[in-house]
Design a protein around this ligand. Sequence first.
Ligand code: 13P
Length: 339
Amino acid sequence: MNTKELKSVAQSIVAKQKGVLAADESGPTIKKRFDSIKLESTEENRRRYREILFTTEGIERYIGGVIFFDETLRQTTRDGTPFARLLSNRGIVPGIKVDKGAKALALYPGDKVTEGLDGLRERLAEYKQLGAKFAKWRAVIDINDTDLPSDYAIRANAHALARYAALCQEADIVPIVEPEVLMDGAHGIERCETVTARVLEEVFTELDAHRVIFEGMLLKPNMVIAGKKCARQAGVTQVAEATARCLTRYVPAAVPGIVFLSGGQSAEDATDHLNAINAMGPHPWQVSFSYGRALQAPVLAVWKGQESNVAAAQQAFHTRCYLNGMARDGKYTRTMEAA
Ligand code: 13P
């Protein structure tokens, strides 16, 4: 294991103003996104869409890493440049989603566990050859007001995350460790904080037991937020305070960066929350983003699958990258949205 390289890659992904573009939608997920603009999910449409994102001028100031899905890591621009090389040449680190999705946890109705450990060592070796320098594994923690998640589901997911992270570091690939407590449901923000705290505590216990080097990883957590169906939605300051408190208690200072998922928040809310958390700093880690929907939803809405909309779609993407770059410094305001 090359600890120095792991640390330096992790730090470069969350360098000043920078975060991560999560463009690793699996086949069924990208189909859902394309359905929303009535576009067929063909291999060429998926390639074209990713090319629009990756060739947007100027995003390298704000995007330190991009997470690919397997198919995308094997694709090229129209003129034949592999996407991974295109990004590396622009100083953006290519990464790869390596989990095989969340499945029902046997005998624990409602809980899920993420699969994909079998053969992972061999897959990581191939991804490394294809240019990936970091990876992502997402654990899905379903939450309600009473019995979800079970303690056992938290342990099973933390254990899988730690086995994945150790395999990554063995292969000199930086693991992004993503335990996502979902936003679905009617629970309040307090319940989200309790569950997120318990999950993070267990995740770091397992990472430590598996000898994962904290300096050579990134954490991708949810923000602490009320469930979508909760009647008492928390304000921006309350979300930022609860999130910062929870992370300060449970995430070791040795971790170089925390890159939040957006989890179904609107693009504006995701940026506003990130900004407020940074404005409360300094924090021991870089506090940044690894957004999928919050970076891409506005792009899809403008593009609509039409070549004539490509320039406007790239402008919309650049704007989201820039605004999240501002939020990294606590310098974003909602008024910038209209500008
Ligand atoms: P969202 O920002 O859309 O939640 O996606 C981030 C991600 O990579 C989830 O695994």
